[in-house]
Design a protein around this ligand. Structure first.
Ligand SMILES: [Zn+2]
Length: 273
């Protein structure tokens, strides 16, 4: 099911891919007791975070932001294709998919279990740094996790390889401009979409635990490939978004995932749209 917002000069729809079960064990730079209080976790630290996707239509293009997890992660995920269809958006009608980064909960849903494209007519827009890192050959220096993820990402992108558009900061396609915000992944990208005051920023995993990292942007997560770089990217982007008063579309903020930031203490507060 979708929630509809008027933003960026068009209708933006939010679609859930489902709920991801994670844990405050993944939070760095904060003690677990505090992390549990902020997230409402029980003593075990189990946290359930939403996985939000977004769609808008512009000049004949139908643009999807991130592709969900497919059936690869948890039974509570992989709901995006069904939710799109239920709202009247056939998967064949998607003309572009913007990737904030190529992690399982954002990109494994590009393909079905047989590796066929779930979005047969979609061009992929992705930051060149992100694409090139994951598509690079292993050189023996990488961790097992990166090696495994590279293997999976080749599956995710294989049916799209002749229609991947590698973009760099400043490029514009279907009203979308990448702003690299690396650290969580090497080319993690916040996308500025629309123009002027009406623009919004699809910020991917700039915050992973929104109940923690918006108010305490210094805290990082074990999912970050380079936590210190991720922290600096987060501080820079949160500052920009708050200064400009831009709306934000977050992959893991409280569903449906569109809101605004205000400054609060040493961090920020999230105000749902
Ligand atoms: Zn994510």
């Amino acid at each position: 099911m979708s929630d509809v917002f008027q933003i960026g000069g068009f209708e933006l729809k939010a679609f859930s891919d489902g709920i991801l079960k994670t844990s405050t064990d993944f939070v760095l730079g904060m003690d677990k007791a505090q992390a549990n209080v902020l997230t409402g976790a029980d003593e075990d630290g189990a946290v359930f975070i939403p996985v939000n996707n977004f769609l808008f239509q512009k000049d004949g293009a139908t643009v999807l932001i991130d592709a969900g997890a497919g059936d690869t992660m948890q039974a509570t995920m992989g709901k995006l294709p069904g939710n799109l269809k239920a709202a009247g958006h056939a998967l064949e009608s998607i003309t572009h998919i913007i990737l904030t980064h190529i992690h399982p909960d954002h990109a494994n849903g590009l393909v079905d279990a047989a590796g066929a494209a779930l979005f047969p007519n979609a061009e992929i827009l992705v930051h060149a740094e992100e694409f090139d890192f994951w598509m690079a050959d292993n050189d023996g220096s990488e961790s097992d996790k990166i090696r495994a993820q590279r293997a999976r990402n080749r599956i995710n992108l294989k049916p799209y390889m002749d229609r991947v558009r590698r973009m760099r900061d400043g490029d514009v396609m279907v009203g979308c401009t990448p702003m690299m915000a690396p650290g969580h992944s090497p080319g993690h990208t916040c996308w500025r979409i629309g123009t002027g005051k009406n623009a919004f920023v699809a910020w991917g995993d700039l915050v992973h635990f929104s109940d923690i990292q918006i108010a305490h942007p210094d805290s990082t997560v074990k999912y970050d490939l380079d936590p210190d770089l991720a922290r600096r990217s987060r501080l820079r982007m949160l500052d920009m978004v708050a200064n400009e008063g831009l709306a934000v579309a977050g992959a893991h903020v409280a569903g449906p995932g569109l809101g605004y930031l205000s400054r609060k203490g040493t961090g920020y507060a999230y105000n749902p749209a």
